[in-house]
Design a protein around this ligand. Structure first.
Ligand code: SAM
Length: 299
């Protein structure tokens, strides 16, 4: 089961299942691609760190909850010998990922697999690297899934888990002068929803990885910041627009009407709209865990 819905990227809650969420998935894919583009340096540093720890070659990568393929394509670039099995429960995502692979001349190195990442993956074992970015928190039982993934990774291979604390923050506190703290209040409403609908967001991933038998060799939490004031990077305004629109849908009825109306002024195409303003300040907290299946364990 998936939990991406009204503000689904990065853990905002929703109720839609993959098969009835195609338009939302298309919009989510745009958000994911913009995130990868705007935080490209972070993604490159992440794959470099994986390469530093990888031993014995990286020829087969499994991208769990691959989405539009941000990780798939970054890893194909980092590991020129590798092919990627891109696993996702959403046909919309996999179609998009496949089209991108074709457009980039990488189709021969990408195998899309529509499957529930929380269940054993048919015919997939002993991968050199399993990459799970912003996907484990969607699973019903990530702890059980990680235990099941133990044999999906070869002895000595790596499991990389990238997680985050929700949608990025986009605006300074005083973005709407008569509603200071507007974005923070909306995020607080979202957090309450997340606690109910995406309970695994913000889990103790280190503990869960260790309980599954992996040895955590690298763990790092970092606040990424894209100071977009001058000049605004292309894409920042569109990212803010798509994300805040999802947040607006999710918090409708949960924040007061004045806040909702103020949020609308950020999205209505007028002077305050996030797509035109010069004060975006995009911040996002990211966690990365690199864990190894011990080489000498024959479980
Ligand atoms: C927030 S996106 C992350 C996509 C990508 N890994 C990235 O970081 O850009 C989460 C993805 O996980 C997929 N997903 C959610 N639940 C899943 C499940 N049970 N099995 C497989 N994929 C799932 C969603 O369809 C979505 O594409």
């Amino acid at each position: 089961m998936t939990h991406h819905g009204p503000a689904g990227h990065h853990g905002a809650p929703g109720h839609a299942h993959a098969h009835d969420a195609a338009p939302q998935d298309d919009e989510l894919a745009q958000i994911l691609d913009l995130d990868a583009e705007l935080f490209a340096d972070h993604l490159a540093a992440t794959t470099r760190r994986i390469a530093d720890l990888a031993t014995g070659g990286v020829r087969h990568v499994v991208d769990l909850g691959a989405g539009s393929g941000t990780g798939t394509f970054a890893l194909l670039e980092r590991f020129p010998e590798a092919r990627v099995t891109a696993v996702d429960s959403s046909a919309t995502m996999l179609d998009r990922l496949t089209r991108t692979a074709v457009a980039r001349g990488l189709a021969a190195r990408v195998q899309p697999l529509r499957a529930d990442a929380g269940q054993p993956l048919p015919g997939i074992d002993a991968a050199d690297l399993v990459w799970a970015s912003a996907s484990l928190h969607h699973l019903d039982d990530p702890a059980a899934a990680l235990k099941g993934l133990f044999t999906t990774v070869r002895p000595g291979g790596l499991l990389a888990v990238a997680e985050l604390d929700g949608m990025p923050r986009f605006l300074p506190d005083d973005a709407v002068p008569d509603r200071p703290g507007l974005e923070a209040r909306c995020r607080a409403a979202l957090t309450a929803l997340q606690t109910e609908h995406v309970p695994h967001m913000g889990s103790d991933w280190r503990g869960t990885l260790e309980a599954a038998g992996f040895a955590v060799e690298y763990a790092h939490t970092e606040e990424l910041r894209l100071d977009a004031r001058t000049p605004s990077p292309a894409g920042a305004g569109q990212y803010a627009y798509l994300a805040l629109r999802r947040i607006r849908e999710a918090v409708d009825g949960l924040v007061d009407a004045t806040d909702l109306a103020a949020l609308d002024t950020l999205l209505d195409g007028g002077a305050q709209d996030v797509r035109h303003r010069g004060d975006l300040d995009v911040r996002s907290t990211r966690e990365l865990f690199l864990a190894r299946r011990p080489a000498d364990t024959g479980r």
